[in-house]
Design a protein around this ligand. Sequence first.
Ligand code: NDP
Ligand code: HSE
Length: 436
Amino acid sequence: MKQKINVGIIGLGTVGTGAFRILRENAELIRHRVGVPVEVSKIAVRDAGRDRGLAIPAGMLTTNPAQVIEDPNIDIVIELIGGYEPAREFILSAISRGKHVVTANKALLAVHGSEIYEAARRAGVTIGYEASVGGGIPVIKALKEALAANRILSIYGIINGTSNYILTKMTEEERSFPDVLAEAQRAGYAEADPTFDVGGIDTAHKLAILVNLAFGAHVDLKDIYTEGITSISPLDIDFGKVLGYKLKLLAIAKMHEGGQAEARVHPTMVPDDYPIAKVGGVYNAIQIVGNACDDIMLYGRGAGSMPTGSAVVADVMDIARQILIEPSRKLPAGDGMAQAAVKLQPMQSIVSLYYFRFMALDQPGVLAQISGILGRHRISIAQMIQRGRKQGGSVPLVIMTHKALERDIQTALVEIKSLACITEDPILIRVEGDEP
Ligand code: NDP
Ligand code: HSE
C-alpha cells in the first residue's frame, strides 16, 4: 500500500491558497481520515516572486506547469487557474498520464465537461469538481451520492456569491452597484472577468453542471436562457420591498412530465417569507426537490478562499482514499457523465408571474393604453402602483401580473414600448411564488 499521497497544484490564487492552507493546517486530521499523509509536492504559478502570505518551502514553486503534470510521483493534480485554455490542456495532459484531477473550474466543465469526463473514464481516473458549484456547499456530493436514489424534479439556486453580495448590499445598505462589485472583487469572490458574475454566465455554467448531474442529461450552455443583474436599479429593489419581495439572481431547473426540461438564469422577485429570500451576502442556497426525498435546502458560503478550498481538499481526500483502496479502479460509465442530451423548453413557452416597471408620461389615458395591450395579450393585472406626480414628466408605473405566458409578455412589451407615452425601455422581472 502507498505510504503517502502526493498532490500537485496549478494556480495559487484565492482558491489555491485556501486549499494549500487547509492541506497544511489540517494535515494531521487529513492523515488520520485518509490513512496516510496527503502532501503537496509541487505548485505551479505564473509569478514565483509574488507574496502570497504563505510559507512555501524552497523548491516547491515553479512557473512551469509541466513540472506538476509530468512528475511521476504526483498522484492528484489540482487545477485552480480558471478559464478554458490552458486549463483544459493541463487537465487532459494530467489525465493522459494517469493522474486524478481536482478542479473548481465551472466555466471549463460547463463547456468541455463531456470531453474531460470521457477522457477520465477511459484513463480510469477521477475528476473531482465539488468546488465548481456553491463554494463550500457539498451540492455535487449531495446529488451524486446522498440523493442518488431520487428522480430530481427541480433545482432553485442562488449560486453566484458575487451577485448575491451585490444585490444584498444594494438592498440593505442602498449602496451603488460599482462600489459593491469592487468590494466583492477585493474579497476574491468575483471571477477574473466579473462580467461572468454579474451577467449571469457563471450561474449558467454552474446550472449546466447541476442539470447534468440531476437530470443525467447534457445541456448546451447556449440553450440556457441567461440574464444578469447589470440592469437592476435601486428603484426596482425598492418596489420589490413595497410589494413584499426580495430580488435574487436565481438558477432554475425543472424536469416536466414527458421529459422536457427547463433551465434558466435571471433576476427573480422572491416572496420575503421564502427561505431563499433570506440568503444574503456571499452565501448561496440550493433547493432541490426529489421525487422521494421531497424538499432539501443546502446553504453556505458560495465563494471565497477557505470555503472553496474546503471543497477542493474534500475531493482530494476522497480520491486519496480510492487510490489506497483500489489503485486502478475504473469509473463506472455513469460517473459525471450525462446519459443523453436533454431538450430544453424554449423560454417563450414558460409560464410565470411578472413584474413590470414602465416610465410613462404622467397624463390621462396612459394606464388605459398599457392595460389595453396587456389585456389583448391575455395578461391579467394583479396589482399596480404609480408613484409620484410629475406633470409633463415621466413617473414609474409598476404592474404585477397573474400567471402569463412568456411569449405573450414579450409581444405585449414590444407594443407597449412603442407607445408615445413610454419614455424609457420597460423593466421586466420574473416573479416566483403564489398568485398575488
Ligand atoms: P485567482 O485569479 O485568484 O488565481 C489564479 C491562479 O492561477 C494564480 O495563482 C495564477 O498565478 C495562476 N495561474 C494563472 N494562469 C496560470 C498558468 N498558465 N500557469 C500557472 N499558473 C497560472 O483565481 P481563483 O483562485 O479565484 O479561481 C481559481 C478557479 O476557481 C477558477 O476556475 C474559479 O472560477 C474557481 N472558483 C473560484 C472561487 C472564488 O471564490 N474565487 C470559488 C469557486 C470556484 P499568479 O498568482 O502567479 O498570477
Ligand atoms: N465568482 C464566483 C461567485 C465564485 O461569486 O460565486 C464561486 O464560484
